[in-house]
Design a protein around this ligand. Structure first.
Ligand code: CU
Length: 225
């Protein structure tokens, strides 16, 4: 089929040229501008930043709460290690030393009995056997190493004596009244400090508090990171 006779070559070229220029120079917005508008990117970034800031704030709040909790709980959780008889240890006529005077024993504390192995023992008994020094009675616990650690794990009185014949009758006996672990009320006077057993007792509380605080903080870091 012949081209339209009224259009010569020059006329056809001059009609197409503006179209070609428009395509190449990108002046047709509908065809060239296919990217999303820049406002969407900005909004996404702002939202992301807000989420990150919120997460950071949550971590900081969690850490702060944990540190405060650790500081509050440490005194409650601390336990005392009582060196029975202090430097002189577990010995005859112990009940005349007044070693328990002014001391408050709590659940979680420990008693450490130091003596020459074989020379003495530590036997936990009931009240009646304690009073009568009954060596044949029911033994609730027995320790003989000379470096014995007894855990005070429940409230109430605990009775001990030495089972070497004659020693209990000679006063080698100890009763301890264990209190429930609780913070002392603010208006009650603080208990007198232990005398020569102070370093061991203080070290025990310090160690327990530091261990607890370190454990809690480590857990918090693991959660937050
Ligand atoms: Cu003894």
């Amino acid at each position: 089929m012949d081209p339209a006779p009224w259009l010569d070559d020059e006329t056809v070229h001059s009609s197409i040229a503006p179209c070609m220029a428009a395509c190449c120079c990108g002046s047709w917005p509908d065809l060239v501008e296919t990217r999303p508008p820049p406002q969407k990117h900005t909004a996404d970034r702002a939202r992301q930043q807000q989420l990150q800031e919120e997460a950071m704030a949550r971590r900081q709040a969690l850490l702060l709460a944990v540190v405060i909790a650790a500081a509050c709980l440490a005194p409650l959780a601390s336990a005392m290690e009582w060196m029975v008889g202090d430097d002189a240890g577990w010995r005859p006529q112990f009940n005349k030393t007044g070693w328990t005077n002014g001391k408050t024993f709590r659940v979680g504390d420990t008693l450490m009995f130091m003596y020459q192995p074989g020379a003495h023992t530590v036997i936990q008994v009931g009240k009646d056997d304690f009073i009568s020094c009954n060596l044949q009675g029911n033994q609730l616990g027995a320790w003989t190493s000379g470096n014995d650690v007894v855990h005070l794990d429940k409230p109430g009185k605990v009775w001990f004596f030495c089972s070497i014949p004659g020693h209990c009758d000679n006063g080698m006996k100890l009763v301890v009244d264990v209190q429930l672990d609780a913070a002392p009320s603010p208006d009650s006077p603080p208990p007198p400090a232990p005398k020569s057993s102070a370093p061991a007792a203080t070290a025990g509380r310090y160690t327990a508090a530091v261990a607890l605080a370190a454990g809690v903080v480590a857990s918090a870091l693991a959660l937050a990171l």
